[in-house]
Structure formats: C-alpha cells, structure tokens
Design a protein around this ligand. Structure first.
Ligand code: HAM
Length: 431
C-alpha cells in the first residue's frame, strides 16, 4: 500500500523545473510591468486574522477559506486573495502616503475550491492596486496595465469582460433593498444563477419597473460598447445612482478607446463578481482556449474605510498566474525563456577536484551556469551523463593541461574538443 504522504495534499501541486520556470517567467514579467507602471511591491503575510479576510470577500469565497485556530487561540486563515491585506496596510500604515499609491504583490493564495482544470487550492496571483483616485483614468489604467502584462508574457489572444456593479446596486438601493440582500443577489448573478437572483429580488417586493430594469440589464451584453451603453441608459432611467454608474462606465470605455486598448471589450450590463467589496467598474480577462478567467479586478471605494482608514477610493486587478501558464502553453507562446546554457566541469581524476572547483567558480563569476561532477564518474561516463542532461559544453580538467594553465573544452553537440587557455575560456564560450 502506498502511504498517502507520498502524494501532495489534494489541490496542492509540485512545480517541476519546467513549470517552475514558466511561473517565475510570468512573475518576472509582472514585476517588470509593475516597475514600468510605477507600482511598488509590498509583501504581506500568508496568515491573517479571519475577520480581515472574511469581511468583504463574499459568501462563496468565505466558505472556501482555510480557517484554523493558532496555538495562541487566534482565529486565523490562509489568505485567499491580496486585496484585503493590502487595504489593511493602507488603512493602518500608509494613510498619509501621497496619492495615488500604487502597490504590487505577488505570491501564493489558498482557496478550498474543487480542484479541476485551472482551479487549485494553492494558486498564484500577480496583484496590482491603485489607491486614492476615484477618477475613470485609474480604472482605465488597470486595464491598460493588464494588456501590457499579457503582451509582455507573449499571450496573443485575450479579451476583457467589463461591467459596473454600481448599475444594479444603484437600482437595488433606490428600491430600498438592504445591502445583505444585494450581496446575495450579486453572489447568485456571479454564479450565473439568474433564476435564484430574480427570486430573491422578487421576495424584496420591488416595483414592476425595478424587475423590468434588472431583467433588461441581465439581457444586455455585446461588443458594440456604444450600443450597449445607450441601451443601459435607456433601461436605468429613473434610477439616478444607476445612471451615474452608466456614465462612469461610459467614461472609462471612452478612455480605453482613445488610449488605444487593443483587445476586444465585451460589455455585460448584468455582470457581477463574487467579491463583495466592489463598488464600481469590474472586469475579467479571458483567453479563447479557456472558459475560466485568467484575471479579474475592479473598483472598491469602501474597503479601506471598513478597515478603519480614511475614505480612500481604490481600484485593482489580479492576474491568475497558474491559468496564464496554461494559456501560454496552449497558445504556444515562445517568450518563456529556456534554461540557461549549462556547463559541466569534469576532473579526470580525484586529485584534480580542487582545480575543478576553482575553474567552476571562475566560470560562475563570469556568469555561466557551471555544475561540477559530483558522482565520482569517469570522464567517459560523465560525458555520456552530460549528453543525457542536455549540457552544452563540458570542461575537462587534467593535470597536464592545468600545469600549462589550460583546460579541455568539449562541445557536446558537435562532439569536438579543443585545448584552451583558462583565461580565454569565458571568451571562447561566449563566442
Ligand atoms: P479573483 O477573480 O477572485 O479576484 O481572482 C483573480 C484571478 O485569480 C482569477 O481570475 C483567476 O485567474 C485566479 N484564481 C482565482 N482562484 C483560483 C484558483 N482556485 N485556482 C487558480 N487560479 C485562481 C481577486 O482575487 C481580487 N482580489 C482581484 C482584485 C484586485 N480586485 C481588486 N483588486
């Protein structure tokens, strides 16, 4: 019988070198995007107080949190996202920082989701948040930034789904539907449980106009933004807050257009996301090869206040690095860098090991990845091992050559070797 500990815990994965390389490549691109857009990195803990993480995350995500009591009796949880932690930092430690405040985070997150294609219990996000601006240009920036990032990693085809929670919430508020009920309606809509959502609305005895407006919005989506916005305007007449939201959305879309966003934007008037803190524009990014979103974000103007900070509008986006890794593979993206050129340094006999260490150190100082033969193999066997592992060059250290300040350099692909002076070795390898 195989002991269960020989397998990873369900939903947890090992990243073997190729997968790890792809994930780190995505992380590097996210870091570079953050630098280019002026987002500074902050690092927050994986474990936080349950209350913080649970506050506005929404019913569904709340149920999927890893919650436990630590040895000090505190009720803690593994972070299921970054936004709550970052908003906590802004509310407590960065209140007087000049605005806008742009913050970047990357790392692993934990949700007790049902493991399936692209859905794991430990996954990675690259997260960007902008605090302090309620202007549409801040919303637009998160979409431009997302596009730059996706292009940087070499993704060729992707599109954005865009909506605005202020439209539906504006109507509900006007009808006197309390926030808790609104949240549960939005949760159902996020899960595409439209019938259930409508049932909850009906139970709140809304006006006939309200039901009609909601149904109208739920049926309104498409690629022609101008047409969809016009239809939304028509539907929300009589609901001032919803009108405001539509105008805000229109402004953001205008900026995306004039600013030259390349990807297709599909506007969905009834779009909702599971996270409860959103107050404005929301969006998700998709690739044609996958049905699940590779990223998502939106505006959340009240969260910093919930954590005791001053009024601080905010907008952000998080990219799912695991799903992006799958998307890159599916789109055959070539930008992912391969392993570095590898060298193996082989002493012809044990007495040459000291010299082999010196040569390997010199090569590393010159920036080469140099391994040393550590299995006690003969030169012949070490060479066939190097072949098997795809090593480009081997450097053979023999007493006669070393006495003359030289080594043997073997090109493994060409099966040729030459004797070179040690101080000319790096140049030879570069050439
Ligand atoms: P989210 O939509 O929950 O948003 O997650 C963002 C992305 O993380 C998803 O689009 C997906 O690619 C990835 N993701 C989520 N759950 C999993 C999973 N179980 N396995 C693999 N990937 C997953 C947020 O987390 C918000 N904090 C985004 C945000 C930032 N909004 C404002 N600022």
């Amino acid at each position: 019988m195989t002991p269960t500990f020989r397998q990873t815990v369900r939903g947890m994965r090992d990243f073997l070198p190729e997968e790890a390389r792809r994930l780190r490549f995505i992380e590097q691109a996210a870091r570079e995007t953050a630098r280019l857009y002026g987002y500074e990195e902050i690092i927050t803990p994986v474990i936080e107080h349950y209350e913080l993480l649970a506050a506005k995350i929404g019913e569904e995500n709340r149920r999927r949190m890893y919650v436990f009591e630590d040895m000090g009796g505190r009720r803690v949880a593994l972070r299921p996202e970054f936004t709550a932690s970052i908003a906590r930092v802004v509310a407590t430690k960065l209140q007087s920082a000049p605005k806008p405040l742009r913050l970047f985070s990357v790392g692993s997150l934990y949700r007790y989701d049902e493991p399936q294609f692209g859905r794991y219990r430990e996954f990675w996000q690259a997260n960007f948040e902008l605090f302090g601006s309620s202007m549409p240009e801040a919303d637009a920036e998160t979409i431009f930034l997302t596009e730059s990032f996706l292009k940087r990693i070499g993704l060729r085809s992707y599109w954005f789904k865009v909506g605005h929670v202020g439209v539906l919430r504006g109507i509900f508020e006007h009808e006197g539907i309390d926030e808790e009920t609104q949240n549960s309606i939005m949760q159902r809509l996020d899960k595409k449980e439209t019938e259930d959502a409508l049932r909850i609305i009906e139970e709140s005895s809304p006006s006939k106009a309200c039901l009609e407006a909601v149904k109208g919005l739920l049926g309104t989506s498409g690629r022609d933004s101008a047409k969809i916005v016009a239809r939304m305007r028509e539907i929300v007449k009589g609901y001032p807050k919803a009108i405001e939201a539509v105008e805000n959305l229109d402004e953001i879309l205008g900026l995306l257009k004039t600013g030259g966003v390349e990807a297709e934007i599909r506007l969905e008037a009834g779009f909702a996301r599971g996270l409860e803190y959103y107050t404005g524009m929301i969006h998700e990014v998709y690739v044609p090869e996958m049905e699940i979103a590779v990223g998502g974000g939106g505006r959340y103007d009240k969260l910093v206040e919930v954590f005791g900070g001053g009024s601080t509008p905010a907008v952000g986006v998080a990219m799912g690095m695991d799903r992006l890794s799958i998307a890159l593979e599916k789109q055959g993206a070539t930008a992912v860098s391969g392993p570095p050129m590898r060298l193996l340094v082989i002493p012809v006999e044990r007495s040459m090991l000291g010299e082999a260490f010196k040569v390997a150190s010199m090569l590393r100082e010159e920036g080469f990845s140099a391994e040393i033969e550590t299995m006690g193999r003969s030169v012949t066997r070490a060479l066939s091992d190097a072949d098997r592992r795809g090593i480009a060059f081997t450097v053979i250290i023999g007493p006669k050559e070393i006495a003359e300040g030289k080594v043997v350099l073997r090109d493994m692909a060409r099966r040729e070797q030459i004797t070179v002076k040690l101080d000319e070795l790096p140049e030879r390898l570069r050439g």
